[in-house]
Structures are given as structure tokens and as C-alpha cells.
Design a protein around this ligand. Structure first.
Ligand code: ADP
Length: 590
């Protein structure tokens, strides 16, 4: 029920603010959305209602002529004709196709329309008998989010013939939504910024402390020790992350992000897809893996299906990169029933398939009950307001106009503090200077999520604060700006994200509350990304990376570590699976 109310609220707010318009006659909605293309944003306008996408118009794009431009020309019509975004992308234009589909999904969501029915392949119901198809490759990768794409590129660099299966109509998974950055230690970018105190040791301890020491220290050590090489590898494929800042729950500056302030997830997914395309890697969209094939105790492929085919995919090695289960309420509630009514920031494909497939072949799982609430979720559309906003200087205040915690503490601590406030929610406050340095902030404003004011007082009134709360808010802002000037937050001991104060008008506020964000638990792996069975032995040929695994983040993931996780362990899984496949080639299993 709460979810429906949230959708109605989203619709009303967005309509009121002009980001969405509705026809008086038939309830059709016109809305816009944005996706990351090859060169900047792809902006689309859609006309839709809950059952039908009537039109899709690309308003803005700068895609490669002859490649991406073909997708811009053809895909909108194909989507309208099929009334589904689960149509095939345009071959050779994965990035542009994903950008268009992401933009449509975002437009639907911002109009309060559930995108899920449009993500099902149109012929799914029609195909009674599916055609059996057998395919062969060296390494089959299940999932084309950050971990799967990284592993695919890395394994191909190693000479493996790779096939990637993705159940959704587009690549990217939850990774596409990552807006902050990638934590890395001892990097050349830190050195260039004069940051000398944020090394591997500090990164390990911050991650262990953030995760309440529940993390697997060996995995955390691998994460930190390989992070600098991982960020350099990203640069080598054309995806540099040169800007460095602090993030929530850390004592140091590790968060690396794109030069132009773009959200890290869409940036990396676009760059990794582009690289995969250059390498000729086949990514089968709308194709769901259902089972791991085993022979003599080793993984030798997967079974998969799309709307018309049953696939048997024979491979020498299998990589599970299926992401977490933050959209599988049954599974989450089996560990924590109190989450039943929470909103989730996760994409609909985050259902834990890889974990269940791995368990079916004897894999062990760890920390399945560790499910993270993120403290800054705009409840109306379940949209995450990035932690980077606070890293760049934003603060949190309550309905009384007061700060109530160290705003950049760990996500679990800030979420818990928020739930104690009147109404269980708070506001994130930022200023024009922050907007000028962060593209996501501008997006939030464009989406109609933020109240605005030319003065602190005006903002307070527009936020809906009343009585003493208005003056409290003005005082809170003055005290905070002085704390930034002195570098000391006497009230709550915040010591990060204090480079800039919040004194540049106009001022902004977004109402936020905690939402389900990351499932820390999952498949047990070792530092080589090999899957570990319930008896403690390695399952030969089976590798896993990213959110589908457990142990890296322990009881609480710190911001910026999901991206580091998928790049570091995606690379390890890709390399090791390719090497395992090559070794089998030389010495075939008996
Ligand atoms: P990570 O950050 O670990 O890469 P993501 O959520 O970004 O996690 O990506 C996981 C991807 O795996 C998603 O795109 C999701 O749709 C895909 N996926 C999940 N289950 C399956 C499955 N059974 N078959 C194919 N793809 C899957």
C-alpha cells in the first residue's frame, strides 16, 4: 500500500512541478528521462499510460553517426510497435540502445508508471514450444552489470571466447544506478591531488569497521590491494576516474569519480559496454540463466531461456555476476520481515538468481541476513540521492530544522538516526555551488525532487517547515557554515565532506528517508573469485563476482565499495576463469 501511495505522491509532485504532463482526456502522460550515451546524455520524451507506450521521441543525443545514430533512428519505433522495451537492441550499438531503454524506464518511473510490465519480452506468452539451441564458448558469464561486463572484457583480453547472458532488456543492472564513485587506495590520482594519508591499510580498516568486522578480511585485503591497478585498468579502456573525494563511513579520501561529475555507474557501464562491443563480445539480452550444468563436480555451462529458445550453453568455466536480491521481497523478508513495506532502490532484475543457482550445486552462502538501508532515498520514486552529495558538502536536517547526526557516518548509522526523527524522514540540504559541481544534483532538480529558496528562510518555508523550525533551520545553516570555515563540527564530529560551505544561493532541499539498497550477503568466494561449497572446497569451473557474492562488505557496505567490488573481483573472475578454461583446453578433464 505504501508503495502505491508513494507512486501517487510522485505523480502529484512531478505533475505539480511540470516535469510530467498529463492529458485531461485519456490519462496519457508525457514525461522525459535520461540515459548515458557514448558521448553525453540521451534524453527521450515518452507518451504513455500504465498499459501502453504511445510514443518515444529522442530529444537530445550526440551518438556516433552510423552506429549509435541507427539505434536513435530505429529503436523508438520498435519499442512503440512492440509496446515493450524488451525488444532487441541495435546490433553494434549496445551503449546507445541501453541509453534509450534506460531513459524510457526513467521516464516511466518519474511519471509514476511501473516499468516492469514493459520489460517483459512481447512474445513471451505466445511461444508455447521453445526451440532448443546449443551454444559453445570458453567462459559463460551470467549477468551484464558492472561485474559481468568487467569480467567479460578481462576474460576476452586473456584470449577466452566469452558469451554473456543478461535477463533484462538492457545491460547495467544495479551498477547502472551507482551515482557516487569507486573507492581505491594508493592511486596516482590521489597522489596528484596531494592525498597521502588514504592508503591500502586505511582502506582495509575503514571497510572492516564500516562492515562491523563481519567482513571476510582476506577478501577486503584483496579488494584494497587491487584497487589501484583496477582504476588504472579502467583508464586503459578509456574510463578514467580522476576526481577524488571522501565518502560516507570512511575517514579518508578514496572515492574516485569521472572528471565531469557524471554518475559513476552509467559512465562505467557505457565505457565497459563500448569496450565489450569493440572486442566483439556477444551479449544475449532478454536471456535468463536458470541452472548451472555440472559434470564430475565441475561447472561446465548453464541452461538458459528467452521467449523462443531453450539454450544449453556448454562452457569450460562459468562466472555468476547476477547481482543482489534487493528486489526479491520474499527472499529479503525471509531474513528480515520488517522490510516488507520498505521501498527499494534496486532494479527489478535484482532477484538473487545466481545465489539460488549456486546453492543448487552445493555452494555456501554468507551473511544473507545483512541487508543495507541507504539513508537518502526519495521515497516517491525510490530514487537514490547519492552519498556523494554529502561528500561534496550537503547536510541532513529534520523537520525541526536541526541536524541530528554525523551526516557522513556509515549508512546503517545514518539510516537508524533518521528513523528516530519525527515522521522517520529528513531533508538533504545543498546549495548552488554543489549543483555546479555535480551533475546528479542538477538531475534531481530537473526531476522536480527539490524544494528551492533564494534564502535559508525561503527554503525552510518551501520545505514545509513551520513555527520555530524555520528559525532553527536558519541557525543550523549558519552554525554549519562556521563549522566548515573552522574545520570542526562541534555538534556531531563530522570530519569529511567539509571542503565547501553551503552559502551560495539558491538553496535546495530534498525530502528523503531510508530505502533498501544493497544485499551484502551472497555466494561464498575465495580471493580468486572461486565459488566455495558448503564443505569448504572450491567448486571447479565456477566463479562469482559482484553483489551476488558475500563477505566483502560484512554487515554494512561503505559508499564507493560496490563499484570497487565489481571492478576488482570482476577482473579477478574474468582472468581466472579464462586461465582455467585455457588450462582445461591443454589438459581436458578425464
Ligand atoms: P553487479 O554490480 O554485481 O554487476 P548488477 O546488479 O549491476 O550487479 O548486475 C547484475 C546483472 O545480472 C543484472 O543486469 C541482472 O539483470 C542480471 N541477472 C540477474 N539474474 C540473471 C539471470 N538469471 N540470467 C541472466 N542475467 C541475470
Amino acid at each position: 500500500m505504501k508503495k502505491y501511495l508513494a507512486l501517487i505522491l510522485a505523480f502529484v509532485m512531478l505533475f505539480a512541478l511540470g516535469a510530467v504532463s498529463v492529458s485531461a482526456d485519456d490519462g496519457r502522460v508525457t514525461a522525459t528521462g535520461t540515459g548515458q550515451g557514448i558521448d553525453g546524455n540521451v534524453v527521450v520524451e515518452i507518451e504513455a499510460d500504465a498499459d501502453t507506450i504511445y510514443s518515444v521521441t529522442v530529444l537530445e543525443q550526440n551518438e556516433t553517426p552510423g552506429i549509435g545514430s541507427v539505434a536513435v533512428e530505429k529503436l523508438p519505433g520498435a519499442i512503440v510497435a512492440a509496446n515493450s522495451i524488451a525488444v532487441d537492441g541495435i546490433s553494434g550499438a549496445t551503449v546507445t540502445s541501453t541509453a534509450i531503454k534506460t531513459a524510457i524506464t526513467e521516464a516511466l518511473t518519474s511519471a509514476g508508471i511501473d516499468p516492469a510490465p514493459f520489460e517483459i519480452a512481447p512474445e513471451a506468452a505466445a511461444a508455447a514450444e521453445k526451440t532448443p539451441v546449443t551454444l559453445d564458448c570458453d567462459v559463460v558469464i551470467v549477468g551484464a552489470g558492472g561485474a559481468g561486463l568487467t569480467a567479460a572484457v578481462r576474460a576476452t583480453q586473456e584470449g577466452a571466447k566469452v558469451l554473456v547472458l543478461e535477463k533484462m532488456p538492457m545491460v547495467g543492472g544495479n551498477s547502472l544506478k551507482a551515482s557516487g564513485g569507486m573507492n581505491c587506495a594508493d592511486t596516482k590520482f590521489q597522489e596528484a591531488a596531494g592525498i597521502t594519508d588514504s592508503g591500502v591499510e586505511e582502506f582495509i580498516e575503514d571497510t572492516m569497521n564500516g562492515g562491523h568486522q563481519l567482513n571476510d578480511r582476506a577478501l577486503v585485503t584483496t579488494l584494497a590491494e587491487n584497487s589501484a591497478e583496477a582504476v588504472e585498468w579502467l583508464e586503459s579502456i578509456g574510463a578514467p576516474l580522476p576526481k577524488v573525494a571522501a565518502t560516507g563511513g570512511t575517514t579518508h579520501k578514496y572515492l574516485h569519480s569521472p572528471e565531469d561529475g557524471s554518475p559513476v555507474g552509467s559512465y562505467l557501464v557505457a565505457k565497459l559496454s563500448e569496450e565489450a562491443e569493440k572486442q566483439g563480445i556477444e551479449i544475449m539480452l532478454n536471456t535468463t540463466a536458470t541452472e548451472i550444468l555440472m559434470q564430475d563436480g565441475a561447472a561446465v555451462g548453464v541452461k538458459a531461456e528467452d521467449s523462443a529458445h531453450d539454450y544449453t550453453i556448454n562452457a569450460k568455466a562459468v562466472i555468476l555476476a547476477t547481482g543482489g536480491f534487493g528486489s526479491n521481497f520474499d527472499l529479503m523478508c525471509s531474513f528480515n520481515p520488517s522490510l516488507a513495506n520498505a521501498v527499494t532502490t534496486n532494479h527489478p532484475g535484482a532477484t538473487g538468481d545466481g545465489i539460488m543457482m549456486a546453492e543448487a550445486v552445493g555452494a555456501a552462502t554468507v551473511d544473507m541476513d545483512q541487508i543495507q538501508l541507504h539513508p537518502t532515498v526519495y521515497q516517491a520514486t525510490s530514487m537514490l540521492v547519492s552519498e556523494k552529495m554529502r561528500s561534496l558538502g550537503a547536510i541532513l536536517v529534520n523537520q525541526e530544522g536541526k541536524r541530528f547526526c554525523n551526516d557522513l557516518s556509515t549508512r546503517d548509522a545514518v539510516s537508524a538516526a533518521e528513523l528516530q526523527q519525527t515522521g522517520g524522514y529528513a531533508y538533504i540540504i545543498f546549495d548552488q555551488n554543489l549543483v555546479d559541481h555535480n551533475k546528479s544534483a542538477q538531475e534531481y532538480i530537473n526531476k522536480g525532487m527539490a524544494a528551492q529558496g533564494a534564502s535559508y528562510e525561503e527554503l525552510a518555508v518551501n520545505m514545509g517547515l513551520e513555527g520555530d523550525a524555520v528559525q532553527n533551520f536558519v541557525e543550523t545553516m549558519d552554525v554549519w557554515n562556521k563549522a566548515v570555515a573552522s574545520g570542526v563540527d562541534e555538534e556531531f564530529g563530522r570530519n569529511n565532506g567539509m571542503d565547501d560551505d553551503l552559502s551560495t544561493a539558491p538553496f535546495y532541499a530534498i525530502q528523503i528517508a531510508p530505502g533498501i539498497h544493497h544485499t551484502m550477503g551472497g555466494i561464498k568466494i575465495d580471493t580468486d573469485a572461486e565459488v566455495i561449497s558448503t564443505d569448504g572446497s572450491v567448486i571447479p569451473g565456477l566463479f562469482a563476482a559482484g553483489e551476488t557474492t558475500g563477505g566483502v562488505h560484512g554487515g554494512n557496505r561503505i559508499g564507493g565499495n560496490a563499484v570497487c567490488d565489481f571492478v576488482v573481483f570482476g577482473r579477478i573472475a574474468g582472468l581466472n576463469a579464462a586461465d582455467y578454461a585455457a588450462a582445461l583446453e591443454l589438459a581436458p578433464a578425464a
